[in-house]
Design a binder for this molecule. Structure first.
Ligand code: PMP
Length: 394
């Protein structure tokens, strides 16, 4: 049986991580994988997480199974954090998933159950797993214009024109904030335009929310999807707790399904629950419990918010510093876009050959499409990265 398997193309980002590990140069710089790093270059456990884990360790009397849907307190906490009062609770079905990836997978499985002929509209470019998962579950994919590479900015007109082509049985993937890989986000006016197009076409939005709080703060980052929730009958939201709680390996996530009425929400919940059961039965609990405890305790929540704000401010500072350093070294303003973009990533506009030069000649690793993890910079390495970019011909 196993001999019948065909080799799978390695994931580009994971392949790059392996190449980085094998590189013997001591001064190599990893700006590839999407992990937040502090000034010392580490990815620390957040303070509130440590405290919550300590309390759980002391109080937890059993590791018995939680429900198939995950802990209801976790699902309530996530729904409130993400949607606030933008949707009535009885119209929202939710289940916990292993990370945001699990949420995207269960969301697309749900779509396939509802309509196997659904087309999945995916921004060009996007997180590569969107197309990969859509393809794996057997759904047709349609790329929609998103990014104007020459302007290093959102192509709002192209996006809206392409989304007009989606129909009532289709799905539109949107990044809730901090678009991966471009860092180019929708403005509030763009969100209103997207809501109007979705209302007109009847297509179902699937909002991928992997970076809530990394863009302009929790409330501002949630504003776009809340606008959709207020105006549209249905939507799916794939939530990740990997980045904003720093819980990467604990696999914290949830899929929220907003339905047109409470009866349809109950139908959706039954289907989501069944998908969890078929896929992994019980979603992981430890990280979800940490998030629940943080959000329920005012002091812990305030501390989490403070640390999250500091992470965001640090990323904004690094964007500004890289853009300033490049201005000084190049004598031009052409890298101003790096400061204007949101979240961890920027597409720096490098060709594959320039990416290879940065890596081979300067030990600076970015993804092959030119995606740089700005959150992987530190003040100490920033001038070297800027020089490598310019030396590679950017
Ligand atoms: N969506 C996007 C756009 C992402 O960038 C990521 C993280 N790389 C995820 C979802 C999922 O992250 P995780 O499964 O680690 O929660």
């Amino acid at each position: 049986m196993l001999t019948r398997l065909s080799p799978q193309a390695p994931d580009k980002i994971i392949g790059l991580m392996q190449q980085f590990r094998a590189d013997p140069r001591a001064d190599k710089i990893d700006l590839g994988v999407g992990v937040y790093r502090d000034a010392a270059g580490g990815t620390p456990v957040m303070r509130a997480v440590k405290t919550a884990e300590q309390r759980i360790w002391q109080a937890q009397a059993t590791k018995g199974y939680v429900g198939i849907e995950g802990d209801p307190a976790f699902l309530d906490a996530v729904r409130t954090l993400v949607l606030d009062d933008a949707a009535p609770p009885d119209r929202v079905a939710a289940v916990a998933t292993p990370g945001g990836t699990g949420a995207v997978r269960i969301a697309l499985d749900l779509v396939r159950l509802a309509n196997p002929a659904a087309r999945v509209f995916i921004p060009d470019p996007s997180w590569p797993n969107h197309a990969a998962i859509a393809g794996f579950v057997g759904l047709e994919q349609v790329a929609y214009r998103y990014y104007d590479a020459a302007a290093h900015a959102l192509d709002a007109a192209g996006m809206l024109a392409d989304l007009e082509r989606a129909g009532p049985g289709d799905v539109v993937i949107l990044h809730g904030c901090c678009h991966n890989p471009t860092g180019a986000d929708l403005s509030p006016a763009d969100w209103a335009d997207v809501a109007a197009v979705l209302q007109k076409t009847g297509a179902l939005p699937l909002v991928d929310l992997a970076y809530l709080g990394f863009g302009a703060g929790v409330e501002a980052d949630a504003a776009g999807l809340r606008l959709l929730a207020r105006h549209l009958p249905e939507m799916l939201i794939a939530v990740s707790g990997s980045k904003n709680f720093g819980l990467y390996r604990e696999r914290v996530g949830a899929i929220l399904a907003l339905a047109g009425d409470a009866a349809t929400a109950t139908l959706a919940r039954g289907n989501l629950s069944n998908l969890n059961r078929q896929t992994y039965a019980f979603p992981p609990d430890h990280g979800a419990r940490v998030v629940t405890d943080i959000l329920a305790d005012p002091a812990l929540r305030a501390d989490w918010q403070t640390e999250l704000d500091a992470m965001r401010t640090r990323m904004e500072g690094l964007r500004g510093a890289l853009s300033d350093t490049l201005r000084e070294l190049s004598g031009s303003d052409r890298f101003g876009f790096i400061a204007a973009q949101k979240g961890m990533f920027s597409l720096i506009g490098a060709t594959p050959a320039q990416v290879a030069t940065m890596r081979d000649d300067h030990g600076v690793y970015v993804i092959g499409d030119g995606r740089m993890n700005v959150a992987g910079l530190t003040e100490a390495i920033l001038p070297r990265v800027a020089r490598a970019m310019l030396a590679a011909g950017l």
